[in-house]
Design a protein around this ligand. Structure first.
Ligand code: BGC
Length: 725
């Protein structure tokens, strides 16, 4: 096996190419322009393109193992290494299988899952997270990291909800942009995925998504667009599903027209693994790098048959050249041919980031009578109940799985935190194999303890939070509802911690427990973070990035019978009304609303001022207000700005998130907060004009602690209309 150093830099190969540079041109110039870092990227691309043979060009547009693309040693082009994924650098597999490579040097930092990151509502946390991925990718010799996933949560049952950034395009965009910029600052490419409208795992390879143009642009595309235009992401992964009849990895409209032409994307479109289905469509439909097809590499659609097509004149060389250019451009832009940062793996700083994100992402859903935080000085015994208190979660979920160097479980975190001062009992209580006897034991333990802590939820097994299938229901599995009910009866001080990556139903027991904390899959330091939140070392500040419905039938795609579609077609009948846009517009009470999350302190909002101004594009408004910590603990509040248009010419959702700010405040501290709203905050997409439109109208601007807890309201009139592409 090659050493990591060889794999990482390709520097050895470059030196060999230089030594071999027998061409008169190279000798004349000292070195060929493509090897000269002082040359502009496009000049290097042009130069190298001209030196490639047809076979070499073809080699650059398809994989030569599960996660690599061939090197061209003659010219010093290194082999490219791709890796999952969004939550850290995945274990090495292959080369020709997804089975582990059984290396001993591929343990990595297991970060909290993406939905937990989104729950921080803190782009700085996303930046720190992206830095960990970038640094570890470098150390592990990876060039392209397959993440983040920014598909909008359309249904709470999507098996991949945990690896996405929630239901709101604005929030997902803000988090993704910070994440991607950070990863790419380490000379590693992010690969934002899955483009586009990949909202379910049921029939994921064939389902044909149908939606109107406005919904596409307002809900499902903004996070991708922000990744391209604001973060400068270098790779985009096509989705498995079809869109308007055509597979997404070969979709002329999505890839050629929207992504490349309208948005000006200059990087590489990568297929999802085995997501390429048709040679001609792949060649012409905008795919630039084919990966994971279930065929010998030479038989890939963008391999021999592409070459033969060029030779026969079925495809112009310019089509291949464009794909090659894109691949080379990314290599040069990220200095693949120069020495790149060494990176670092499993450092204390990375683990601290994992812990901080876990702490900031936990969402306190309910806290009646100040049940939390627990008083470590006053409690002598805690009955810890539930399989998720001891279950390791890193190595599951599909392509996001991690080979964690370590993972601190909830029980371990609690025990470590207590330093021997509290007596813990542990009962499994529920689980695949746990029966009534285990539940009985848990109830007895709960009765005997000061506090009962049920660590409930889902796991990464198929049909829960796992790639490849959707969940079958919103309910907790394994009889957990009944267990929690019984434990709560046995001990009124029952705290429920939910370890899951998607919403669950709680109706059977929510009224009977004083406190519920949504902890998500919290990464390698998750148990430590959990203990610090429960005991009050950390004041929770996470907010839900998705609505928790009371029941499935309240959720839009289900209420309309639009999921999982019929005859292979998935009509997005609910249109724009995804998540809170649906619940608010239809007046349906959620279990917990979008943006909800409690704190151990309290915050007051006051002194709203809407300050009108202009920027280079037209009128804007700055939302100014004061935020005060009115309690006795330090804490952080996520102030959220929602916009409502008074009389739109097209129907709009009741309100839409257009700004937010996380503000840390000491007890009694007051801070002025100012959140700018540019013209985009007022606009909708007009499909007839194929343009964004901000109408001359009145807008209500509401500022709140959640989408349903609005504290300040003001009105703003947009003085002139504007239309832009
Ligand atoms: C997933 C992608 C992943 C790829 C490579 C696919 O099954 O959909 O998200 O990056 O596999 O593991």
């Amino acid at each position: 096996m090659k050493s990591l150093t060889d794999l990482r830099t390709g520097a050895v190969a470059v030196a060999a190419a230089l030594a071999l540079a027998g061409s008169a041109r190279a000798a004349d110039a000292g070195r060929p322009p493509y090897l000269d870092p002082a040359q502009p990227v496009e000049a290097r691309v042009d130069d190298l393109l001209g030196r490639l043979t047809l076979d070499e060009k073809i080699a650059l547009v398809h994989g030569d193992s599960k996660f690599t693309v061939a090197a061209i040693p003659r010219l010093g082009i290194p082999r490219r290494w791709l890796s999952d994924g969004p939550h850290g650098v995945r274990e090495d597999v292959g080369p020709d299988t997804f089975k582990p490579a059984n290396r001993t040097d591929d343990f990595a930092t297991y970060l909290p899952v993406a939905v937990a990151l989104a729950s921080t509502w803190n782009p700085d946390a996303a930046r720190a997270y992206g830095n960990v991925i970038g640094e570890e990718a470098r150390r592990r010799g990876k060039d392209i990291m397959l993440g983040p996933g920014v598909n909008i949560q359309r249904t709470p049952l999507n098996g991949r909800t945990f690896e996405y950034l929630g239901e709101d395009p604005f929030l997902a965009s803000r988090m993704a942009v910070s994440y991607i910029k950070a990863v790419q600052s380490h000379d590693v490419s992010s690969c934002v995925k899955h483009f586009a409208c990949n909202s379910q795992e049921t029939e994921r390879n064939t389902v044909d998504v149908q939606m109107d143009e406005r919904t596409l642009h307002e809900i499902y595309l903004p996070a991708f667009k922000a990744a391209v235009q604001e973060a400068g992401v270098w790779c985009v992964m096509g989705a498995y599903n079809r869109f308007r009849g055509q597979q997404c990895c070969e979709n002329d409209y999505l890839l050629n027209q929207v992504l490349k032409t309208q948005w000006g994307f200059k990087g590489v479109v990568i297929s999802d693994w085995n997501g390429t289905h048709n040679g001609t469509q792949a060649v012409l439909g905008g795919l630039d790098l084919e990966m994971g097809t279930a065929k010998p590499y030479a038989d890939y659609y963008l391999a021999r048959q592409f070459k033969e097509g060029i030779e026969k004149g079925a495809y112009p060389m310019s089509v291949l050249d464009d794909k090659v250019r894109r691949n080379l451009r990314v290599m040069f832009a990220l200095h693949f041919l120069e020495s790149r940062p060494e990176g670092s793996l499993n450092t204390a700083a990375h683990q601290e980031t994992a812990q901080r994100v876990a702490e900031e992402g936990m969402v306190l859903l309910k806290n009646a009578g100040g049940a939390l935080p627990l008083d470590a000085g006053a409690i002598t015994s805690i009955a810890v109940i539930g399989e998720n208190a001891v279950r390791l979660q890193a190595h599951g979920g599909g392509s996001t799985e991690m080979k964690a160097l370590h993972e601190i479980t909830p029980l371990e975190g609690l025990i470590r935190h207590s330093g021997g001062r509290i007596n813990f009992t542990y009962s499994q209580g529920y689980g695949k194999e746990a029966g009534v006897a285990a539940a009985d034991r848990a109830v007895r333990a709960a009765k005997a303890a000061d506090v009962a802590l049920v660590v409930a939820g889902l796991n990464h097994e198929r049909t829960f939070d796992c790639e490849g299938a959707d969940r079958n229901s919103l309910d907790l599995p394994y009889g957990q509802d009944e267990l929690i009910r019984r434990v709560a009866q046995a001990n009124p001080r029952t705290v429920v911690v939910l370890v899951s990556g998607s919403p669950v139903r709680m109706g059977a027991w929510l009224d009977q427990v004083p406190a519920v904390l949504q902890a998500w899959y919290a990464g390698c330091e998750g148990g430590r973070a959990l203990a610090r939140v429960l005991f009050g070392d950390v004041n929770p500040s996470g907010k839900l990035p998705c609505t928790f419905p009371k029941k499935l039938a309240d959720s839009p795609a289900y209420a309309l019978g639009a999921y999982p579609g019929k005859g292979g077609i998935e009509p997005y009948t609910e249109g724009l009304l995804v998540g809170y846009r649906w619940f608010d517009t239809k007046g349906i009470e959620p279990l917990f609303p979008f943006g909800h999350g409690l704190s151990y302190t309290s915050f007051a909002y006051s002194d709203l001022r809407l300050v009108a101004g202009t920027d280079s594009k037209g009128p804007v408004v700055t939302v100014e207000f004061k935020l005060t910590n009115t309690g006795s603990r330090a804490g952080a509040e996520v102030a959220q700005v929602y916009v409502h248009q008074a009389k739109p010419s097209l129907q709009r959702p009741l309100r839409e998130l257009k700004g937010f700010r996380k503000v840390a405040l000491k007890p009694g501290e007051r801070q002025a907060v100012s959140i700018p709203l540019a013209r985009e905050a007022f606009a909708f997409y007009d499909a007839e004009k194929a343009a964004w439109v901000a109408e001359k109208d009145d807008f209500e601007i509401a500022i709140g602690s959640s989408s349903r807890d609005l504290r300040l309201r003001g009105n703003f009139s947009l003085p002139v209309a504007a239309t832009w592409k």
